[in-house]
Design a protein around this ligand. Structure first.
Ligand code: ADP
Ligand code: ZN
Length: 831
């Protein structure tokens, strides 16, 4: 191989650009982009880097160092992936290194600080060379070592390559930074003691139980379940499943256990597998037969995809969109192509994987950040060309936003379920990408098609349909002609006046809840916690101070005692009297899920209550377990934030209560009304999906608000046209594009100076398009003060040019001496 061989590599760091290295002579692998090399960086550090370019002319102007070693014999990143990384880095104004860092599972990223831990003992007849044995010993003895320490101990060795070989053999693995917390659930399993298994014994049992119908039911249910379950695991059936199937009470089972008929035992199950284990990986179920309107929609999608790359499926909640996706997936697999199925929330994958596994079995794999590094690496490697497909071929990836980074080989279809969800956007850290929009680019690279699905399209996507950019297919009826839920609006101000309010519960709401509890139906109560930002409201007339220029409510700033607009910076003193009714009854608003949970306990002491929000899912019970319990009717009332609104499919929810629509409607954000509609329509959609018509109670003081009216009438189109008028009038997306630039520093004065300077320089080029600087909603995070500039660009502007101008100004600012330690964060299409 030539002596003059150089590579440009991408380092998985926030550094700008690529870095050139020399390939020492004697390297006998043919190097191509996408392979990894270990390279020195800075004084002592070593990183894995991804080759971006291979060439032969010596770069001039700086010293070029040698790589340490080559880590792969074949690329682990494909060309198309590199092109997607480029697009993300250009579009979202971040470095290739940041994209690389987000994209690669950590198993592919070794660096000096990475800790290596022992993974398994070698088999007796497994041959290890001396060094390997010695490394394994040291790592086992110490319980784990960093690569840096290993490099010190094995100075004359190529430690990176050595580790790579040993990790491939699974002798060693990388210590995962975020150790998975309690991820097990204890299930109570029921079985017949061994001696009772044969038919004669069972007949005897039945005879003995002549008088107890309930007991007989339990026994037959057990035998039935066991017969269905073609798995060899000692015939254990989960207690709750058994009780539900037999429709008997726990006391009956308990008596049978006491009599020695059944045995109970506890089994620990990893949470993620709870669903997977119930449904064997058979995957031979035929997809559901589509009804007429679903069939028409399915055909229309196919037809629209002939002239559009993207089609929006706008189908009301429970219209059977998922069933249509399943047919689309099957069609794509039949063409020998892969499918990416994106979901906005990790927890939703648990429900969805069941539905997909029934039909597609092992062809589906799940990919998201709650899976261990090892599992993610495995999926990555399986997908690579010539990857380890011996055990398993993956055709469908079900995942959260990071799955757009996987090495797809011939993607045919991307499904973006609940496309309106803002969780598709990554806020922090960079790359601040939107997975829906990125997946459209990904599909474009593969020549694949995209189906966006939702009951409540984002204004952007629906607008793209109206302008003809996307195809549109609408499905306005629920499956089985289930009626859309009936929606009642309770004016809480009036209710309070009539003394028909107990704290946050109107009489109407509590009556419906208690009726539901009596009928053993379930209830969901929705309290949007984004109400943390307080606003003012007149208790007599309901007046909320709004910004005159931006049509958002003003935020109460306790420290300065002022009301402020977070979009344009307008501020005013706190009014002593209501400017409308002149009464002095203005109050600060905002309450959370915890409070609601507390009040339910007082109102309905017998109800079993679960709370689903960021706090409860981070700690004790995880999201999946809560949903699992709710699904099994072990919880009567589920209280939650927007997490409960996402595409969950429960059969027994009769009543949905929206505790306070005002907090959503008055949230200081130009998307507040769109989001409110989406949240209310989605959470309403959880009611009455299977049995009888559901009922939704909305508590609000704005009962004549156009958004509430649209929710009550299930009229997306009314909301759409109202909101579009406002967006046009106030010039917000989709009529313009937004780029925000946030500056961060610990010193407030310095930050103010920097922000003013950047604003001035940008305004010099962009004029009125730049607004701010403003303190964002949360002014200080972890001791860093924040200030934000907002750039509004007309649709026709040359986006790329503006971005490079913004970058140049940011770089210039960072070069001037007082601002070196400043952080400046551009965010394209901020949400
Ligand atoms: P969406 O995704 O539109 O909210 P789903 O696909 O979840 O709706 O459908 C709602 C419920 O109705 C699901 O439990 C689903 O299994 C059932 N369903 C919908 N369409 C069919 C069909 N054609 N055959 C059988 N069941 C269906
Ligand atoms: Zn304003």
């Amino acid at each position: 191989m030539s002596d003059n061989l150089y590579v440009d590599v991408i380092l998985p760091l926030a550094v700008k650009g690529t870095f050139a290295y020399h390939i020492p002579p004697g390297t006998c692998v043919e190097l191509t982009p996408g392979m990894r090399v270990a390279v020195p960086f800075g004084k002592r550090k070593i990183y894995t880097a991804v080759i971006y370019r291979v060439y032969q002319t010596k770069p001039s102007g700086f010293e070029v160092r040698d790589i340490v070693s080559v880590l792969d014999a074949k690329p682990v990143v494909t060309d198309l992936q590199l092109r997607l990384w480029e697009w993300i880095s250009d579009y979202y104004m971040c470095t290739l290194g940041e994209v690389c860092n987000a994209a690669l599972p950590s198993g592919l990223k070794l660096e000096s600080e990475t800790r290596i831990i022992p993974n398994r003992l070698p088999d007796q007849d497994e041959l290890l060379n001396e060094t390997e044995r010695s490394v394994l010993d040291s790592v086992s003895r110490t319980g784990g070592m960093s690569i840096k320490q290993l490099q010190k101990a094995y100075r004359d060795r190529d430690v990176m390559s050595l580790l790579k070989v040993m990790m491939d053999k699974e002798l060693l693995s990388i210590e995962e930074k975020i150790r998975e917390k309690v991820r097990e659930k204890i299930l109570v399993m029921i079985r017949l003691p061994g001696t009772r298994e044969d038919t004669k014994q069972i007949d005897e049992l039945f005879n003995k139980m002549k008088r107890s119908e309930a007991k007989k039911r339990l026994l037959s249910a057990y035998l039935k379940l066991k017969g269905d379950k073609n798995v060899k695991d000692g015939g254990e059936i989960e207690k709750t499943v058994l009780l539900r199937k037999a429709a008997t009470r726990h006391s009956v089972l308990k008596e049978m256990i006491n009599q020695g008929i059944f045995e109970a035992l506890e089994k620990k199950v990893p949470l993620r597998e709870i669903h997977a284990q119930e449904i064997p990986l058979r995957g031979n179920k035929q997809p559901a037969r589509l009804n007429d309107s679903q069939q028409l929609a399915f055909q229309a999608i196919g037809k629209q995809l002939k002239d559009h790359n993207v089609v929006l499926l706008h189908g009301v909640t429970s219209s059977g969109k998922t069933e249509i996706y399943i047919h689309l997936i099957r069609k794509t697999l039949n063409k020998g192509k892969q499918v990416l199925y994106l979901l906005p929330e990790i927890a939703l994958t648990a429900q969805m994987i069941n539905r997909l596994r029934l039909v597609f079995g092992e062809k589906v794999a799940v990919y998201h950040s709650k899976y261990s590094d090892r599992e993610r690496l495995q999926t990555w490697r399986t997908l690579l060309p010539g990857g380890d497909q011996k055990d398993r071929k993956i055709h469908i990836i079900l995942g959260a936003r990071s799955s757009v980074f996987l090495p797809f080989m011939n993607l045919g279809l991307v499904i973006v379920d609940e496309e309106h969800e803002n969780t598709y956007k990554q806020f922090d850290p960079a790359p601040r990408y939107h997975a829906r929009d990125t997946s459209i680019i990904l599909a474009g690279l593969h020549g694949a098609k995209v189906v966006l699905g939702t009951a409540t399209p984002s204004l952007e996507s629906y607008y793209n349909c109206i302008t003809g950019k996307y195809g549109l297919v609408e499905l306005p009826e629920r499956y089985l002609d289930m009626k859309m839920p009936e929606i009642l609006v309770v004016n809480t101000r009036e209710a309070r006046r009539r003394e028909a309010m107990y704290s946050h519960f109107s009489l109407t709401l509590s009556e419906y809840i208690s009726r539901a509890l009596q009928n053993r139906d379930q209830v969901i109560l929705f309290q949007n916690r984004r109400g943390f930002s307080s606003y003012l409201e007149c208790q007599d007339c309901g007046y909320v101070p709004l910004c005159m220029r931006c049509d958002v409510s003003l935020t109460y700033h306790k420290k300065t005692s002022r009301l402020k607009c977070h979009y344009c910076g307008y501020s005013e003193a706190i009014p002593l009297k209501c400017p409308v009714c002149k009464n002095e009854n203005i109050m600060m608003k905002g309450f959370g899920t915890e409070k609601i949970e507390e009040e339910i306990a007082l109102l309905f002491p017998e109800a079993r209550v679960g709370r689903l929000d960021l706090d409860t899912t981070r700690t004790r019970k995880s999201y999946e377990q809560l949903l699992d319990d709710f699904d099994k009717k072990e919880i009567d009332i589920l209280v939650g934030t927007q997490m409960v609104s996402k595409g969950l499919d429960f059969d027994n929810v009769k009543v949905v209560g929206i505790m306070n629509a005002d907090t959503m409607l008055n949230f200081p954000d130009f998307r507040a009304h769109e989001r409110s509609y989406q949240l209310m329509a989605q959470v309403s959609g959880r009611a009455g999906r299977k049995k009888e018509r559901g009922l939704v109670i909305i508590q609000t003081t704005c009962d004549d608000h156009t958004v509430i009216e649209a929710v009550v009438k299930h009229d997306y189109h009314a909301m759409y046209s109202n909101q579009m008028t406002e967006r046009r009038n106030f010039n917000y997306p989709p009529f313009c594009r937004l780029i925000s630039v946030t500056l961060k520093h610990k010193n407030r004065e310095l930050l103010d100076g920097a922000a003013e300077k950047l604003a001035k320089n940008l305004k010099h080029h962009l004029g009125e398009r730049v607004s701010g600087p403003e303190y964002p909603l949360v002014e200080r995070i972890q001791n860093f003060y924040l200030k934000t500039l907002l750039i509004k660009l007309e649709k026709s502007s040359k986006l790329q040019e503006v971005k490079s101008l913004v970058s140049i100004e940011i770089q210039a600012l960072l070069r001037s001496s007082p601002f070196k330690s400043l952080q400046v964060i551009p965010d394209v299409d901020p949400y």
